[in-house]
Design a protein around this ligand. Structure first.
Ligand SMILES: Cc1cc2nc3c(=O)[nH]c(=O)nc-3n(C[C@H](O)[C@H](O)[C@H](O)COP(=O)(O)OP(=O)(O)OC[C@H]3O[C@@H](n4cnc5c(N)ncnc54)[C@H](O)[C@@H]3O)c2cc1C
Ligand code: FES
Ligand code: FES
Length: 489
């Protein structure tokens, strides 16, 4: 049992002992390390001023992940290299990204600049070239700048990422990989006392045993929800069990039953595999939070939080996914649709951990559509999220799974609507228009500051109509503003 959290910074190993389980990485950096280049803005993962980069080994590779330090726990950097804006300059020379920001006049008050530099530093290291404008815009979706305007920032990004990455981080890559290997082990980590601790078990067996001993502990995966309970609700969470070191929970496997996604697979890692199932799912993932949120947040966390407005649950319910749960009592599987039993209540027993979700691939004749409607295009929670899997044979609907987020206290299927759709001719709206009206009996939508109940119901009807129309229309019919449907094979 290791009683320290170890990470790498500026070529040296930092060991943390006796830290409070609720300490955020941002407070650790700014207060304990005096690394004050990293800023605190919103303290809730929205503005990106606190962005730092975690470099981690993935196989033989080194991946650079921009994360929001304000909602990440200090303990979650175990085994990573932490790179902050204070670490980029090489002697007196600015890093190429910093220099490009200067050359292109990409900063005014400068408060957002450290975070923007770190997001672009991660893009710079990514190595994929050429870097398209859209990739830069996506990378910066979680970095808000109120005074400069994005044009010069995008110009700086284009200039910095014009050539292959060649900085001292590239030059020192092998040494850094070796140093990261030195601090990675398969020891369980436990800091604190039985009454107040941060634990990071290294195996599923250790996790299950620890959680059984402390069923009142809070599991934490990416902390993009849990972190906000600390910084915004000012909760005190005495017992925290971080899942990020549990071996095997971070794998994506293509099995017989479909895509098996481990619970701690990050949203960023899951995005390509989900996008390969259907382009609409890829688009949902692109618009999920921000690069920083997707680098930390996990698929398991997005399901287990039971949010009625989470993006993945409606999509995965429509795809007839199942989830796997594990506890001392053994393993059980259930349809994801049965997991959500009421507002804030899930079908999860004390001591039970979600270990994976299995997503079946679409088969011949099945069509999938998913649409996210939110007030902002980027980095916003859905007002309504609609996902549909419609099976069509000989022009008639032979199977329908219709699921919505934002329409009830939980992500929920539209049972009456689904029944009504069966037998309708997909190319004849007159045969399925009545089914769309059934959404009014399937749901009593949420009514809150994101959207009124009436707006949500009208939007849900429009989304289902759009999906059915699109599936039934000739492939050449243009139905999207951004016309990615035309490119669909
Ligand atoms: C700025 C911002 C933007 C966001 N944008 C979106 C968005 O566009 N769409 C969206 O859906 N969400 C969004 N979110 C919410 C959040 O990022 C996601 O829900 C994310 O997937 C949560 O995953 P996590 O690993 O960070 O969960 P955590 O915060 O670690 O945990 C969330 C909950 O799940 C439980 N939990 C986690 N893993 C497990 C497990 N394996 N077994 C059992 N319980 C578990 C935890 O105990 C906790 O109750 C956003 C959040 C922020 C801060
Ligand atoms: S301070 Fe705004 S995202 Fe962290
Ligand atoms: S330079 Fe002022 S907020 Fe971006």
């Amino acid at each position: 049992m290791r009683q320290t959290v170890r990470y790498l910074r500026r070529g040296s190993v930092v060991s943390l002992e006796g830290i409070d389980p609720n300490l955020t990485l941002l407070d650790h950096l700014r207060i304990d390390c005096r690394a004050t280049g990293t800023k605190e803005g919103c303290n809730e993962g929205d503005c990106g001023a606190c962005t730092v980069v975690l470099a981690r080994r993935r196989g033989d590779d080194l991946v650079y992940m921009p994360v929001n330090a304000c909602i990440l726990l200090a303990g979650q950097v175990d085994g990573a290299e932490v790179i902050t804006v204070d670490d980029l300059a090489d002697g007196g020379a600015l890093h190429p990204v910093q220099q490009a920001m200067v050359d292109h006049h990409a900063s005014q008050c400068g408060f957002c600049t450290p975070g923007i530099v770190m997001s672009l530093f991660a893009l710079y290291q990514d190595g994929a070239r050429p870097v398209e404008r859209q990739a830069i815009v996506d990378q910066l979706a979680g970095n808000l700048c109120r005074c400069t305007g994005y044009r010069p920032i995008i110009d700086a990004a284009k200039a910095a990422c014009a050539g292959r990455p060649a900085d001292r981080f590239c030059a020192g890559r092998e040494a850094r990989l070796a140093a990261l290997a030195e601090i990675s082990d398969s020891e369980d980590v436990f800091l604190g006392t039985e009454a107040r601790f941060f634990a990071a078990p290294a195996s599923l067996e250790s996790l299950i045993a620890l959680y059984a001993a402390h069923p009142d502990a809070r599991l934490v995966a990416g902390a993009t929800d849990v972190g906000l309970w600390l910084t915004k609700k000012l909760d005190d969470i005495p017992k925290l069990i971080w899942l990020g070191r549990v071996a095997g929970l971070d794998a994506i496997v293509h099995g017989d039953g479909g895509l098996v996604i481990g619970a701690t697979v990050t949203l960023d890692q899951a995005a390509p595999a989900l996008g390969a199932l259907d382009p609409d799912l890829g688009e949902v993932m692109r618009r999920f939070g921000s690069t920083q949120v997707r680098s930390s947040g996990t698929v398991g966390g997005n399901i287990a939080n039971g949010s009625p407005i989470g993006d993945l649950a409606p999509c995965l319910i429509a795809l007839d996914s199942t989830m796997t749960l594990r506890s001392l009592a053994g393993e059980r599987r259930m349809p994801l649709a049965d997991f959500f039993i009421g507002y804030g209540r899930q079908n999860r027993a004390a001591g039970e951990v979600l270990t994976a979700v299995t997503v079946p691939a679409l088969v011949e004749g099945q069509h999938f559509r998913a649409f996210k409607v939110s007030k902002r295009f980027d980095e916003d929670i859905s007002a309504v999220m609609g996902a549909f899997r419609i099976a069509v044979a000989d022009g008639r609907i032979t199977g329908a799974r219709v699921a919505f987020g934002g329409m009830a206290a939980t992500p929920k299927r539209a049972a009456a609507t689904e029944r009504c759709l069966l037998g309708a001719r997909i190319d004849d709206p007159a045969t399925w228009e009545g089914a769309i009206d059934m959404l009014g009996s399937d749901y009593q939508p949420l009514d809150d500051m994101r959207a009124s109940a009436a707006y949500r119901l009208a939007t849900a009807r429009a989304l289902l109509e759009k999906a059915l129309f699109e599936i039934g229309a000739a492939p050449s019919t243009l139905t999207r503003i951004i016309g990615h449907r035309e490119a669909r094979p």
